[in-house]
Design a protein around this ligand. Structure first.
Ligand code: IPD
Ligand code: CA
Ligand code: CA
Length: 273
């Protein structure tokens, strides 16, 4: 069995374990805290799911590096293999019992996204991909959409927790692309947003202020499903830059053109007081 397939299967075992923990806390949260920035929540479910995931990963990969949202960097950071793990992507949704959230486990090999597992435990949907091995949902192949015109597209985006602290808050881009397309959704889980692009349910996704654990897995899903992932300018990017444009490929240059020519809303354009 190819090494990537073995890695993918172990990441799947970890994602299923994390997902089971999330469902065990669903609707029963007792401890919801802000992590520092207003609106950036952490719950006992985030922490317990991460512990369950790390137990599987560290048992199988004692020599690998791990970057996990709640634990930070653990393991061997000089290893060429680095796992980027979000035990609960969509914590705000989860805390409100809005059922859009996922476990996201991605592998970077020498910094390049190579494996992605996104598990939505509420709907029991398992999205998986590995470089060169294709992308699946519940073990059936998935593919990006074939929409070629912005005016016929449906997009998804998100707004980072620093949105009140910076004019670069994605509000202008959201307005502009809402105007030019059939709609822009705000899913609340970057990993699920990327999985929806990979499945062809939406045609593109962009966001800023992202962390490696939000997007590593989803990037592999989109690429292996036939889509394209770059920075806003349409150039190669890495998971540490925080800014991502993902699409079905056909819409990429049109989206990149809009995103790279949109400036933050002028002061006073919208009353944000
Ligand atoms: C957040 C979600 C959200 C995105 C934020 C992320 P979290 O992750 O992915 O969709 O807009 O930028 O931080 O905090 O729920 O793990
Ligand atoms: Ca996240
Ligand atoms: Ca999270």
């Amino acid at each position: 069995m190819p090494q990537l397939q073995i890695f993918l299967d172990i990441a799947t075992e970890a994602a299923l374990a994390g997902g089971a923990v999330l469902m065990s806390f669903w609707g029963k949260l007792e401890n919801v805290q802000e992590k520092g920035r207003s609106g950036d929540l952490v719950t006992e479910a985030d922490k317990a799911a991460e512990a369950a995931i790390l137990a599987v990963m560290q048992r199988h990969f004692p020599d690998h590096g791990i970057l996990a949202e709640e634990s930070g960097s653990v393991g061997h950071q000089d290893s060429p293999y680095r796992w980027a793990i979000d035990p609960l992507d969509g914590t705000t949704n989860y805390a409100h019992q809005y059922p859009v959230f996922a476990v996201s486990i991605g592998l970077l090999i020498e910094g390049v996204p190579a494996i992605g597992v996104v598990y939505d435990p509420y709907h029991q949907d398992l999205y998986r991909a590995a470089q060169g091995l294709g992308a699946t949902c519940n073990r059936l192949p998935i593919h990006v959409s074939s929409v070629t015109e912005l005016g016929r597209s449906l997009l998804v985006t998100g707004f980072a927790y620093d949105r009140r602290d910076t004019p670069d808050n994605n509000y202008a881009e959201f307005c502009r692309l809402t105007h030019l397309t059939q709609g822009v959704r705000r899913g609340g889980s970057a990993a699920m947003d990327l999985a929806q692009v990979a499945c062809g349910r939406v045609d593109g996704y962009w966001e800023r202020g992202l962390s490696p654990w939000d997007i590593t897995a989803g990037i592999v899903l989109v690429q292996e499903a036939g889509g394209k992932v770059t920075n806003y300018a349409g150039q190669a990017t890495d998971v540490y830059s925080g800014r991502l444009l993902a699409s079905n490929g056909y819409l990429h240059s049109a989206l990149s053109n809009v995103l790279s020519h949109t400036s933050p809303l002028a002061d006073g354009a919208v009353d944000l007081s």
